[in-house]
Design a binder for this molecule. Structure first.
Ligand SMILES: [Zn+2]
Length: 152
């Protein structure tokens, strides 16, 4: 996969945080059917990208590795959500779609029954991640300033 080193570094950071979960990559989504929970989506950007971040805020992402904390407790659960994140043909509906459409590589760490805010906090607490864009993915969230982080 393109950007293998960047993915290995990001996976190392998550593994070091000792979260209970497993990795999925495009083309290998086995084991997600019927499951609900939270996830960290790794998005590798080769180029700079202007993005929205809710409440009319906009920002600019530099090339690099990003981690987005999300959850899927609705119909379709994790299988439908992660499949959508990995799909290259979709209309932009959420801000994160802009990133996944431009990504040069994607992977997701799945935490069944997990909490997206907890995942965002855990990542920030490692000291290896920082908020990428205030408000991104967290407009409904009272505790996080963002659900999108850069991985150093
Ligand atoms: Zn949150």
């Amino acid at each position: 996969m393109k950007g293998t080193t960047a993915f290995e570094a990001a996976r190392g950071i998550l593994d070091a945080a000792a979260l209970e979960g497993h990795w999925v990559i495009p083309g290998a989504l086995g084991g997600l059917e019927g499951k609900k929970g939270a996830y960290v989506l790794l998005v590798l950007l080769d180029k700079a990208l202007p993005v929205g971040a809710g409440r009319q805020k906009t920002g600019h992402l530099s090339p690099g590795m990003y981690a987005y904390a999300g959850s899927a407790y609705g119909p379709g659960g994790l299988a439908a959500r992660i499949r959508r994140h990995f799909r290259a043909d979709k209309k932009v509906h959420w801000h994160i779609d802009r990133l996944t459409l431009e990504a040069s590589g994607l992977a997701a760490f799945i935490v069944e029954h997990g909490d997206e805010c907890q995942l965002a906090r855990t990542l920030l607490e490692t000291g290896c991640a920082e908020v990428a864009l205030e408000g991104f993915g967290s407009t409904d969230c009272l505790t996080c300033s963002s659900h999108l982080m850069t991985i150093a």
